[in-house]
Ligand binder design. Structure first.
Ligand code: GNR
Ligand code: NI
Length: 167
């Protein structure tokens, strides 16, 4: 297994739209395992393939403290949604920044599992929020896009300054 490099905002590669996975094979499963190692190491509760510069529609999530409740969704699609909920979010691609985002409170999704078999599942609470955050990544969208232009500019300047310091 290997730890993958996570892209940081405002890297333009985070803005690309990921493509559906046609065949769930051993390469896909290797990528899933590497993404889990990367997410657990960060540490984070979710990760989208786009964040590690792979343009595939694949997301992983684990909200548990003991890293023992891994979820993996391939080609995830939201079938229906209900309600609104405001939660403070963070993102491994926007380190150190946290802000409230309003998303659907309940969602029903369809996806493929790591064997390539389709399934449907309903989520609420943090899991629903996280699934929406990760699917956004697959469409080139970041949680900072929901903030005001003023806040986003401030965050971008902070990130660019941080990057200059690390180089
Ligand atoms: O680690 C993460 N925490 C988090 C907190 C609230 C809402 C969403 C998230 S996802 C984030 C990891 C990440 O960047 N996934 O794309
Ligand atoms: Ni994120």
């Amino acid at each position: 297994m290997s730890i993958l490099n996570v892209l940081h905002y405002p890297d333009e590669r985070l803005r690309r739209v990921a493509l559906a996975i046609e065949n769930v094979d051993d390469n896909t499963r290797k990528l899933i395992d590497d993404m889990f190692e990367t997410m657990y190491g960060a540490p984070g509760i979710g990760l989208a393939a786009v964040q590690v510069d792979v343009l595939k529609r694949l997301i992983i999530i684990d909200l548990s403290e003991n890293k023992d409740q891994p979820f993996c969704f391939i080609n995830p699609q939201i079938l229906s949604r209900e309600g609104k909920e405001k939660v403070e979010e963070g993102c491994l691609s926007v380190p150190g920044i946290y802000a409230d985002v309003t998303r659907s409170k309940w969602i029903k999704i369809q996806a493929l599992d790591r064997q390539g078999d389709p399934f449907e599942q309903e989520f609420e609470g943090l899991m629903a929020i996280c699934v929406q955050h990760e699917i956004d990544h697959l469409d080139g969208k970041l949680f900072v896009d929901y903030l005001s232009e003023m806040k986003r500019v401030r965050i971008r300047k902070k990130m660019e300054k941080l990057r200059r310091q690390t180089f």
